[in-house]
Ligand binder design. Structure first.
Ligand code: NAD
Length: 292
């Protein structure tokens, strides 16, 4: 078993991004600027945004954070989006999900200018992705594709099983893996909460992507010998040995599954850092596109 080390690769990518930023500035350009909109006090959302802001600084980007309380109205949030769309100093921005339940998140996502939609969630960008046209790939599945590519995983002809059908992970992942591209060219089965006999599907997977959000959901008896396993899940579980009393774990029972795999991502240190690196790549692309 070999680790698919997202932490190490993301550091490499951040260096490459920083070099491109330096070259752009030497050419008379300016630093890319990523803005993040954070609504409410969800600790996980705060932590994700914190990591993104830190990574921006490391890569030589400008970052800004627009923070508002949980009771923001839809109109107020749409005004923030409009201002960011019009602000020429901002190259790209993200609205950290989930939003409070009284907000129509699709209406907010639709209001983002597609050329600044570095999360790749706008329907226009989702459509472009589905048609294999140039666009911003959603950061998590985009990062997984880079992780596979840079580790030389030959996905062509593989049977990939994606568990999950969310708009941010499962659905785009399914679309990207079935593309006529490298990586890609997989035969993809997409499983979800209504799938009957999940194990009968996962056992056929040469490439298994778990994006469920349940700790240790994928056990060793569900995995084919020699499979490549990508664990997207980020779950917080109790751990009395830690000062905080908790730790992060994935959807895969890593200890037992790892023995059966050829390659596997750890949690933390697998998909998470790749997600952030891809967001930076998208923002750099947005900056370069606005000057061309
Ligand atoms: P989600 O809750 O929107 O989707 C979960 C999916 O799991 C659903 O589509 C559902 O159909 C499926 N599911 C639920 N129970 C199932 C079952 N018994 N059998 C088969 N499928 C089942 O979650 P999401 O936003 O797609 O995120 C999934 C996980 O990935 C979460 O743990 C999330 O925190 C994590 N995540 C990590 C990153 C990262 O950067 N590493 C990014 C996004 C999400």
């Amino acid at each position: 078993m070999k680790l698919l080390d997202g932490k190490e690769l993301s550091l490499e990518l951040q260096k490459e991004i920083a070099a491109e930023v330096a070259a752009h500035i030497a050419d008379g350009g300016r630093k890319p600027h990523l803005a993040a909109v954070l609504i409410g006090n969800n600790p996980a959302s705060k932590s994700y945004v914190g990591h993104k802001v830190k990574a921006c600084a490391k890569a030589g980007f400008v970052s800004s954070l627009v923070e508002r309380s949980e009771d923001i109205t839809q109109e107020e949030l749409l005004t923030i989006v409009k201002d960011l769309n019009e602000d020429e100093s901002v190259d790209g921005f993200i609205i950290q999900l989930p939003l409070p339940s009284h907000i129509d998140d699709q209406a907010v996502i639709k209001a983002v200018k597609p050329s600044k939609d570095v999360d790749g969630f706008h329907p226009e960008n989702v459509g472009r992705m589905a048609l294999n046209l140039p666009t911003f790939l959603p950061a998590t599945p985009g990062g997984i594709m880079t992780l596979l590519e840079r580790n030389g995983v030959k996905t062509s002809g593989m049977h990939a099983v994606v568990i999950g059908r969310s708009d941010i992970v499962g659905n785009p992942m399914t679309s990207l893996l079935s593309r006529n591209s490298d990586p890609g060219n997989c035969t993809v089965t997409q499983c979800h909460s209504r799938t009957v006999d999940l194990k009968s599907h996962t056992l056929k997977a040469d490439l298994l992507i778990a994006a469920v959000g349940r700790p240790h959901f994928i056990t060793a008896d569900m995995v084919k010998d020699g499979a490549v396993v990508v664990d997207v899940g980020i779950n917080s579980i109790a751990d009395a040995s830690r000062k905080s009393g908790m730790r992060l774990t994935g959807d895969v029972d890593f200890e037992n599954v790892a023995e059966k795999c050829s390659l596997i991502t750890p949690v933390p240190g697998g998909v998470g850092p790749m997600t952030i690196a891809t967001l930076l790549q998208n923002t750099l692309r947005a900056r370069l596109a606005s000057t061309s």
